[in-house]
Design a protein around this ligand. Sequence first.
Ligand SMILES: [Ca+2]
Ligand SMILES: [Ca+2]
Length: 173
Amino acid sequence: MAVLIFVQFVPQTTTAAANGSAQPPSEPFQNTSQAITSTRFTTLDPKRIGIDFVHRPDFELQAELLVGDSLVGGGVCIGDYDGDRLPDLVLTRPVGGLRLYRNVGDFRFMDVTQSAGLGDDKMWATGASFADLDSDLDLFVCGYAVPNRLYINQGNGRFVERGRQAGLCRPAK
Ligand SMILES: [Ca+2]
Ligand SMILES: [Ca+2]
């Protein structure tokens, strides 16, 4: 899996209108179609960056659950769960469980899934999202044919599952 890094460019705004002065003239974005002369994305070596995640479907399981190929998906979410100002990475998949990769800087990551308490290899996770329910990033994971999970960040590198208590964990059929 390639890791893509997105950078958002935010146009500068003026407060002239808010200050009651005349509306500033609009300036369109620069036409960059002529300026793009090089590759914008680079594939990073998985061994170097420490992300060994593999998304491999289980067709026998999918057939048992009557799931078509088009529904076999995975998810990704990015957030700084440990507050070190480096964005960390969660990847999900149907087989093998999700993975949490802690960003250790210089485009290198460490698989901390087990030590973080997220090592549920039996879970078919379709997607994940970081959200702060108290004071740091917690993790919600959607399951297919298994209950959803709500992992509450303990602030010490570990998460504790509280989906059922929060009412966000519907029973699996
Ligand atoms: Ca971090
Ligand atoms: Ca929290």
